[in-house]
Design a protein around this ligand. Sequence first.
Ligand code: HEM
Length: 298
Amino acid sequence: MAFHAVADVVFGLRFPLGALSSDETFGHFRAWAAGWFTLGMDLPFSTYRRALQAREALVDALTEELEHIAKHPESDRQPGLRELVAARDNDGYRLSTSEIIANIIGTIFAGYSTVAGMSMQMMMALAKHPKVWNKLKDEQERVVAELGPQVTGTALGRMSYAEAVIREVCRTAKFGPQFRLVTEAMDVDGYHIPKGWLLVLYAAFSECYLDDRWPMDDSFDPDRHLSVPDSRKRWPLNFGWGPHVCMGRFLSMVELKALLASLARGYTVELLEPDAELRFPTMEPPGGMPVVVRRSDG
Ligand code: HEM
């Protein structure tokens, strides 16, 4: 779901992409993403070697599509890519082929593994809090009774409890750090941070323990978000902050709400290893998170 949402919604990719089917493209993305957290040694049969090969296959497929557009500018095969090729900024600057490819691969990576990881942590939290799951179901029953079964923008807007659950998962889940290279010395809260230092930012830690609305409180309680006045609402810190705040945060919220809505309306989800250890830095269990999803009526 997360892969297709970003490939389709953000870039309008159509499959086959070059010679790759949708499944093959996804498989290459997974293989490439797996290579990010390795030692980066290009040895035969290593995860890193497979990641490099996967990236090459993705670059080849996108290059083929971009060449097709260059030869047939009127072709409607990849409308999203055609828009990117035609786009100019205010100074008339256009993206080169390699910039377009790097943007697509980078953004799909940013949008796929993050939402997938967040969904997994959401399922782990729900498995441990059946009352929260029941409240989600109640909210979905109310939304369907009022607006019908389609998950529309209006329906998503009525899912305030689902949003509170997502915010609470953001607040309490375990995420890896972000890194910043300090380019100018600065003073923050009485601490001097010299130029050249590498800052390791644990947004997830700050969000959970240092939030002045609920300091040092790591209990899982989505209701807390329902009583926050608008003036004190803020976007969860694990989407970053400042000029480089996550570009996909609104899309992520839509995807996660739609996932919760679909599951709460018609499925039960059983985690086979609900207490699996989340390993640094991917914060995933080494063997993945096996789940059994059943239709509620079956
Ligand atoms: C739960 C899901 C997500 C989380 C937790 C997340 C988290 C983040 C964080 C922390 C940053 C800032 C990185 C930094 O400053 O070093 C970021 C940036 C970014 N995210 Fe997300 N993200 C999510 C989903 C998405 C999605 C769905 C997309 C796809 C559209 C996306 C695209 C991006 C891009 C392009 C940037 C770079 C923005 C820039 O540098 O200007 N993210 N994200």
